[in-house]
Design a protein around this ligand. Structure first.
Ligand code: NAD
Length: 337
């Protein structure tokens, strides 16, 4: 691709294993001749007063400008006087939906081999609104906020996603039998949106039953949409179904068309700097990013190369029971391209 045709995307290599797996993504993208130009931003060493966190103002501006980015894991700095990095990103960029595709990797054996799910988590409110206080000594209170605005927004995204990706069904996950007002409003919004998509089947499943069904037979589900806390828990349950943290990608969707893809895992300080990390989760997050950019050919090509390398079983990192280094595994993927 010539310089002028390159799409600019923001890259946060992040901390710990972040730079190692980000390097792997850069190499694989280069080998696949993906027409993107990386604009790299590291987490700062000091609090930036403009963001009240270790994230620099310039890095947020970069995402706002490019609208698309890839984020490595960020270690949570200890100490007071600043906001958490992930919370800053979520609030400043209005990242309202977290999308996690979760599918069985061919050739990597787990209990189920037919997992193919998309969880879509509301990312801005619910129990995670940060409104907790002590009422009197020995009694604390936490407020769960559900708004029509945020519920419609995430439901719209879920149906739009299902429609765009040829998915047949959207399941709203809830506990409205107990949380009648909050989850009740969430469901009402989902129903409203469902009416606009008659070709997509819509159902409502109580969260406890949903957990049982997922563990027993994950193929019962397709796209799942849910409030924040349920999404946090269910999406990890789904990750566990396919083999764990080294494998699971995600993408955060923000207002104004922003998409910030990221691996689900953290900075893995126990293996950082040792060339042991599995770059699959960040690579597949990169694939999500390419799909967002409608670069489906490149996305398919990279996804197949990653999956074929794992399926072949010759090069696997330690978390999948192999002995390969990050660089050997990356080279094997590039050879598959
Ligand atoms: P972690 O995900 O970093 O590590 C948990 C375990 O999984 C470790 O044994 C690690 O070696 C392993 N692991 C994780 N990713 C792997 C990979 N790609 N390949 C191979 N093994 C992998 O969780 P943690 O130790 O609880 O957190 C470490 C730091 O990361 C903390 O500062 C935490 O706040 C931060 N964190 C950041 C994010 C994020 O940026 N989105 C998410 C979770 C945790």
């Amino acid at each position: 691709a010539s310089e002028s045709n390159l799409i600019r995307v923001t890259l946060f290599p992040g901390d710990g294993i972040g730079p190692e797996i980000a390097e792997s993504v850069k190499q694989v993208f280069k080998a696949a001749d993906v027409p993107v130009e990386w604009e790299e931003h590291y987490v700062g060493k000091e609090v930036d007063p403009r963001t009240q966190s270790f994230l620099t103002w310039e890095s947020l501006e970069s995402v706002r400008r490019n609208k698309v980015g890839l984020k490595g894991p960020m270690a949570t700095p200890i100490g007071k006087g600043h906001r958490s990095l992930n919370l800053t990103l979520r609030k400043e960029l209005n990242l309202y939906a977290n999308v996690r595709p979760c599918y069985s990797l061919p050739g990597y054996k787990t209990k189920h081999d037919d997992v193919d799910l998309i969880t879509i988590r509301e990312n801005t409110e619910g129990e995670y609104s940060g409104l907790e206080h002590q009422v009197v000594r020995g009694v604390v209170e936490s407020l769960k906020i559900i708004t029509r605005h945020a519920s419609l927004r995430v439901a719209e995204y879920a149906f739009h996603y299902a429609n765009a990706h040829g998915r047949e069904r959207v399941s709203a996950i809830h506990k409205a039998n107990i949380m009648q007002k909050t989850d009740g409003l969430f469901l009402k919004c989902c129903r409203e949106v469902a009416e606009k998509y008659p070709e997509i089947k819509y159902e409502e499943v109580v969260i406890d039953n949903c957990c049982m069904m997922l563990v027993k037979n994950p193929s019962l589900f397709d796209v799942l949409v849910m409030p924040n806390l349920y999404g946090d828990i269910i999406s990890d349950l789904c990750a566990g179904l396919i083999g764990g943290l080294g494998l699971t990608p995600s993408c955060n969707i923000g207002e104004g068309g922003i998409a910030l893809a990221e691996a689900v895992h953290g900075s893995a300080p126990d293996i950082a700097g040792q060339n042991k990390a599995n770059p699959t989760a960040l690579l597949l997050s990169g694939v999500s990013m390419l799909r967002h950019l409608d670069l489906h050919d490149k996305a398919d090509k990279i996804q197949n190369a990653v999956l074929n390398t794992i399926a072949e079983g010759k090069y696997r990192t330690g978390d999948l029971g192999g002995k390969s280094t990050t660089t050997d595994f990356t080279k094997a993927i590039c050879d598959h391209l």
